[in-house]
Design a protein around this ligand. Structure first.
Ligand SMILES: *Cc1c(COP(=O)(O)O)cnc(C)c1O
Length: 614
């Protein structure tokens, strides 16, 4: 996100110390997968409101969809529009609207709108009347089941439903769902709310409503109250690896921390016994000791309420914050430990070097006898708040740094884009403009005729570019067995071919950390046709030559807020896997030959129009 890039530039120019929130996208995807598995057959919507609880909205939204989420939730319309502009085509749900809310924008962009009041219905219908091309917006009517924030009261509910039905009949909107939000006050209260929700749905159905979806549960009920899952669970905090419960930790729930807040030690000094530390001298040294200064304060999200209580982790040991948390810094008394300038201080999250496997956070990088890195929940305890607030309050001076496979993939896509920008299609042996997903599929079908055993095709393009759609066409053209879907979960999928004996191996290098892992897949390159999504930068070590298809969105198209008509729920893939790779705006596809490609895939001489093999 540009905001982050600006901060990284600052960092490089030396104006800011390196306060970093490492965001582990693998951990996040793991959590979403665990939660989606738990919720199934209910769908999983992931809440990326408040900049994904402080983690970064666009990056986390992409990772959520890769891991099985089928929809995204944000607070309001501006955030929903920002996601659409970033290229997300899945349902995006927004439910907080003030009197000046941009309902025109929401309707035009096909946002799913949470509605709590009559005036919102009227505004949505008016917006639809003004917009000639827009589909009617999917409206999710909210009933207040006791939380008493927004949502119609029991008294208002029949009127709201009746008006929604009228506007639905007039074609001005689509009455799509009924929903509510729980107070998490107690299991008994939540059961009462569940009863109230069911009663409201019954009332609405009595008035003629036929809801496509019902949704009620967020993390807490999504995990512990199966009867509240209905058609969809709106998971938030649990996906970020923070437990929604007081009596069960994230680790016990099988969830991994996603955010790790760190900074380097920027000063160490020896001081004698009896000296006060930080504002007010709430803390005094009791012996000669070393004080380490950490450039994170309450402006960065360290709660001042945790003064004198919070603990940080340096080199395998925990140290308590000495005295008050200041705006920009904290001091820790490290005794005689050999803590040095530049040592990494971890406030909460995973230990450095952890992250490869679940549960590694406790001791990786620290050696035997090391103490665990504090969790966001522990900080919440020290500050008498909840873990949600600890991650969401991390301030704007802290650079979000993405680790995990997506980070690598995005970089590679960025490089490809930059390359293409610089040279247009120069160097490409062939290029196409592809109008829509059908055309992308057809290109795949046609391209199959060029491929034979030993060929390697790398697909490069950002999430949503159409790589999987293309490969699906390819599989069809080759006549292989098994539905071609995104190989996100299996890394590589082999589709046998009864007719030719040459299988199609479909690899997602996106999730591979390094070329070595690609090698570990033990692909029989000589006797297969191998398609590698995100393979550039890895495949070079394994084969002498290959072809690369670079799929791009046209410049400027996604940044102007233009609505992509026909962009309707293209997000479902076979087998429950998410495939947001459905192009709805034209794509530019360019074919390059890389290395010593043995065969000229680029020659237009297809052996036979592959589409006819079906
Ligand atoms: C924040 C929010 C969620 C997600 O809640 P968590 O407790 O973080 O899982 C779901 N639905 C609504 C309406 C919310 O405001």
């Amino acid at each position: 996100m540009s905001e982050h890039i600006v901060k990284e530039d600052l960092l490089r120019s030396g104006d800011a110390p390196e306060r970093v929130a490492r965001i582990n996208l693998d951990a996040f995807r793991h959590n979403v997968r665990v939660l989606a598995g738990l919720a199934a057959p209910a769908e999983t919507m992931v809440a990326v409101k408040a900049d994904a609880y402080g983690h970064g909205m666009v990056e986390l939204a992409a990772a959520a969809l890769e891991a099985g989420a089928t929809a995204l939730a944000v607070l309001d319309i501006p955030a929903a529009l920002a996601l659409r502009e970033a290229g997300f085509t899945v349902p995006i749900f927004a439910w907080m609207h003030g009197p000046d809310a941009d309902f025109d924008g929401a309707v035009a962009a096909g946002i799913d709108i949470g509605v709590s009041a009559l005036w919102q219905l009227e505004r949505i219908a008016d917006a639809h009347g003004r917009l000639t091309d827009a589909e009617p917006a999917c409206v999710h009517l909210k009933i207040d089941t006791g939380l008493h924030r927004n949502g119609a009261t029991v008294e208002q509910w029949p009127g709201l439903v009746t008006r929604a039905l009228e506007l639905d009949a007039a074609g001005s909107l689509r009455l799509y769902a009924a929903w509510s939000h729980l107070a998490d006050a107690s299991p008994e209260h939540d059961r009462d709310a569940l009863d109230a929700f069911r009663a409201a749905v019954t009332v609405a159905e009595g008035l003629g409503a036929r809801f496509v979806k019902l949704h009620l549960a967020a993390s807490s009920a999504g995990i512990r109250m199966p009867e509240a899952r209905f058609d969809m669970v709106r998971f938030g905090i649990a996906a970020y690896g923070v437990s929604p419960f007081d009596d069960e930790t994230a680790e016990e729930l099988g969830l991994r921390p996603v955010m790790t807040l760190t900074a380097p030690v920027v000063s160490v000094k020896r001081v004698p016994a009896g000296h006060g530390v930080s504002y007010g001298f709430d803390y005094r040294t009791t012996r000669e000791t070393t004080l380490a200064l950490v450039p994170l304060g309450y402006a960065d999200g360290i709660p001042r309420a945790a003064s004198g209580r919070g603990e940080v982790w340096i080199g395998g040991t925990r140290y308590r914050v000495a005295g008050r948390v200041a705006m920009d810094q904290i001091v820790v008394d490290v005794g005689d430990a050999p803590v040095a300038l530049g040592d990494e201080v971890v406030v909460f999250g995973e230990a450095p070097g952890a992250g490869a496997g679940a549960g590694a956070a406790a001791d990786a990088g620290a050696g035997a006898g090391a103490s665990a890195v504090p969790t966001a929940e522990e900080w919440a305890g020290w500050a008498r708040t909840i873990g949600d607030e600890i991650v969401a309050r991390v301030g704007p001076r802290v650079v979000r740094q993405y680790v995990g496979d997506k980070a690598a993939g995005a970089e590679r896509a960025g490089e490809a884009e930059a390359e293409a920008d610089a040279e247009g299609d120069a160097g490409a042996v062939e290029s196409w403009v592809v109008a829509d997903p059908e055309a992308m599929h057809a290109l795949g079908v046609q391209f199959a005729g060029r491929l034979a055993a030993g060929d390697v095709l790398v697909l490069t393009g950002e999430l949503g570019a159409g790589k999987t759609t293309f490969t699906r066409g390819l599989g069809e053209g080759l006549g292989v067995r098994g539905a071609v879907t995104s190989p996100t979960f299996v890394l590589a999928r082999t589709h046998p071919n009864g007719a030719t004996g040459v299988p199609l191996v479909h690899v997602d290098a996106y999730r591979l950390g390094a070329a070595a892992e690609l090698e570990d897949l033990d692909i029989d390159f000589a006797h297969s046709i191998v398609v590698v999504e995100w393979g550039a930068g890895m495949i070079e070590n394994l084969v002498d030559g290959y072809s690369e298809l670079v799929i791009e969105r046209p410049r400027g198209d996604s940044g102007d807020g233009a609505v992509r008509a026909g962009d309707d729920g293209a997000a479902e893939g076979a087998g429950g896997e998410v495939d947001v790779d459905e192009p709805v705006e034209p794509r530019r596809v360019a074919l390059y030959r890389r290395g010593a490609a043995g065969r000229a895939l680029a020659s237009g001489e297809t052996a036979e129009p592959a589409g006819e093999r079906r």
